[in-house]
Design a protein around this ligand. Structure first.
Ligand code: IPD
Length: 307
């Protein structure tokens, strides 16, 4: 198992690639400011559009289409929100690359800043009106997240972090509080958040693994947004999150936020597509070793590739 972040202040790194030049603190502050601005502006758009597209009496049939499977949706709001973020980036950071869930892109080379965007993480919740969906924006270089912001749209809460600069949550009142993982030190008391992919074969295996894990932990949560799960680990509202087959845009901001709040991370190389089914983990430091050992014993550490 690749454990990419043994110490709380360590970076979200990809050990398969050489470390890029260290970013200077002023650059990180500016990248974080831009990530927060983009995610908050996009979240305001998502918030305004939901009642227009999915409100009572609206016929939302034309607003949704299927992606990788009939249960993997993209809505018009996902598409237009990513376009909004791309337009703003072109004005604020002209020439910088973007990797987005809906519009694609690449991570570029080790010297380039790449903006990694998930316009709505938790699209199924968004469609159903379950208040757990988020906009996620991260600035990466050389496979490493330098800054990131996740906005919980319904709660109007902004989670953000800069590499080496800590993580905060800012409420709708504008007050920012530093984030710290729970001090839990026993697996039996661990609240474990997870998620499932969209393909039936992967889900079947994920379901069997949940059954194996459940007797070892306090309980399991499946909230429906990996980005928010990672922020919940940072905020002490869950003790760990794991999932197979996430894409880089699902974790690029949230994993940095969790790491800066003290979590230990296991990450695939940035840019790995969800198809290979590799594992993402963020765990509170007091239970991380025990949890990763259990994952090894039960086979959770193995990738679940799409068949
Ligand atoms: C999904 C959510 C979900 C996770 C899925 C992701 P999306 O993102 O993060 O919690 O279990 O694997 O694909 O599709 O809503 O952007």
């Amino acid at each position: 198992m690749r454990d990419t972040n043994p110490s709380p202040s360590a970076a979200v790194t990809d050990p398969a690639r050489p470390a890029p030049d260290p970013a200077d603190p002023a650059e990180i502050t500016e990248l974080r400011r831009v990530a927060v601005h983009l995610a908050q502006t996009a979240a305001a758009h998502v918030r305004a559009r939901r009642p227009e597209v999915f409100g009572a009496g609206e016929d939302a049939q034309d607003a949704v289409r299927a992606k990788s499977s009939p249960t993997d949706p993209v809505t018009v709001v996902d598409t237009e929100t990513e376009q909004l973020i791309r337009r703003l980036l072109a004005e604020l950071r002209p020439g910088e690359a973007v990797l987005g869930e809906e519009g694609g892109g690449s991570l570029g080379d080790d010297r380039q800043i790449v903006w990694v965007v998930d316009p709505i993480d938790g699209t199924v919740n968004f469609m159903y009106g379950i208040p757990a969906y988020a906009v996620s924006v991260a600035a990466m270089r050389g496979g490493r997240s330098l800054a990131g912001a996740v906005v919980d749209v319904a709660a109007a809460r902004t989670y953000s972090a800069g590499l080496g600069a800590g993580a905060t949550r800012t409420g709708p009142d504008g007050i920012a509080n530093p984030l710290r993982c729970n001090e839990v030190d026993s697996l039996a008391m661990t609240l474990l958040a997870t998620g499932f992919g969209y393909g039936a074969a992967r889900r079947a295996r994920q379901g069997r693994l949940i059954g194996e894990l459940l007797p070892h932990v306090r309980d399991i949560r499946r909230i429906g947004s990996a980005a928010l799960d990672l922020c919940m680990v940072a905020a002490g509202r869950a003790d760990a999150h794991y999932e197979h087959g996430l894409n880089t845009w699902d974790w690029a901001a949230g994993a940095l936020i969790a790491a800066e709040a003290g979590a230990r991370l296991v990450l695939p190389p940035a840019g790995t597509t969800g198809k290979t089914g590799e594992l993402v983990v963020a765990a509170a430091p007091g239970i991380a070793t025990e949890l990763l050992e259990l994952f090894d014993r039960l086979g959770v550490s193995e990738a679940i590739a799409e068949s």
